[in-house]
Design a protein. Sequence first.
Lengths: 158, 468
Amino acid sequence: MSELTLFLIRVAFLAILWIFVLSAISVIRSDMFGARVPETARGAAPAPERRGGGKARKPRRGSPTHLLVVEGENPGVRAELADAPLLIGRGSDAAIKLDDDYVSTRHARVAASGDEWFVEDLGSTNGTYVGPVRITQPTTIGLGVQVRVGKTILELRK
Amino acid sequence: MSQTGTLMGFVHRRRRGAELFLLLLALAVGIGAYAAVGLGVEGEVPADLVGYGGWLTALIVAAHVTVRLVAPYADPVLLPLVAALNGLGLAVLRRLDLTYEANGLDQHTFARQQLTWMTLGVVLFVATLVFLRDHRSLQRLTYTSGLAGIVLLVLPFLPGIGVPINGANIWIRVAGFSFQPGEVAKVLLVIAFSGYLVLHRDALALAGRRVVFVDLPRGRDLGPILAMFGVSMLILVKQNDLGSSLLFFGLFLVMLYVATERPGWLVVGGLLFAAGALAAYSFVGNVQNRFNFWLHPMDYYDASPGSGQLVEALFGMGWGGLIGRGFGNGFPERVPFAYSDFILSTVGEELGLAAVMAIVLCYGLIVERALRIALISRDGFGKLMAVGLGAIFALQVFVVIGGVTGLIPLTGLTTPFLSYGGSSLVANWVVIALLLRISDQARRPAPRLDPVDESAADSESTQVVKLR
């Protein structure tokens, strides 16, 4: 086996190794932001309007416009859904700031996906409940569905 | 804490095709390295290349098919990275075996044994993915796994099954197989820490007294986890296993910091580490030696215990230069334990800095993927577990590569997936399976849980508005 052949083998191997590493990085790069999927492809009802620009969206008739505290320490506090995503918690950066001792600093979040509204627990101590169920992942909520955080109950309203 | 993909209006793609493509490249790395070893050392393509390559391919394909079937949304990069590192490690072990055999040493079947362990690792990887459909069920086992981890750490002390090897009491021998229970214990302790911290992190972060500039949590919040941690540290120090003690300490600190978001923990941890290191330096002769070898390696070259191993490794890497000597043209056998702790010096000598950097980058990518999984995970337990598992990799690689290259004092740990060591290899494959399971949950589009609302939203005319 000549010196040159061995040298070429070594360089070829190092090239394969680096091609592998660089391809892995390029897959990571293309994976960074995922893929936007049309709403219809996700099995949702064919929506007449696209989710564009968030705030600029015109509210459809019958869709909720604000989130309201209906029970607890701060009844009547509300936040407009146009400012979504809304943070619920005791922290000062929360859109709905609650004085409830059983609520975490950053307790839950309400956000939109297409025409649907989701509530998501942000790892709170006492959990977020939709109806009687403690949620573990983003859960769709409709109009009038009661979301309980700590001793406070919130609802989506028209 | 993080923006989840689903709420930002996109879903993650499955990317299984990209994974397959990367796996093929990873196989080319593994099998190519094996062929290059044969060509370089023996001057011919190894006779068992087809059998070896076939076996490696079968293992990787089995892992890939399992991921496709039971975790279709899992991260596409982790498995190929692991496959490439494992394949390269096998080839380097094979290269050392050939020299050990030529020199008439007894132990010259490391590659073969490693392949057996890898098979077991892949089997457990598949089993973990198939039987663990939701990582959150592990949260129920918080205290059980903490207890199991501590029991595993104690096992080497039991007479009959515990055997001291190379001065450390970290091995057990059952039915002819020796095993390091500590490698499994670290995975169990990550599960225990994350299960505990996810429930108590608000209490840990908010309730408590403020001392100087650090918020000290209440004893009843910190107590259980401190006990778990303290017991495992005591055991490790007693076992004379410095590398693992460092690993556990760092892991505990990282998880506490991530869970509470209090930088004060890093200050406390840094001070504790300094105190611990000083105490170890003053009272444990072994540690003093390690420091001296690190600061003045050349002075202790001929001493016993001396720095011969480290110096030979440094010579080897220097001799390797940028692109190495080529397989078969170096003298990695001059470094004791070149097949385990010092495998990176073999790579550095025969493949050069170019390959060492590629390997370090692969580890970096594994850690990056683990942290990204933690970012996009939708539940706190998964977040903490992914961070913990990533931190294990980061710390372990830093400690062992830093030690081998003379950056920090040497402490013995295995290089994940590269070094010879069955327990470490099997445990790390399970770690990768757990990470894939969490990432599958995290990247999966959020399921619709509320069919009643959905139908109500679809047909406005028949909508029933439940006003109280």
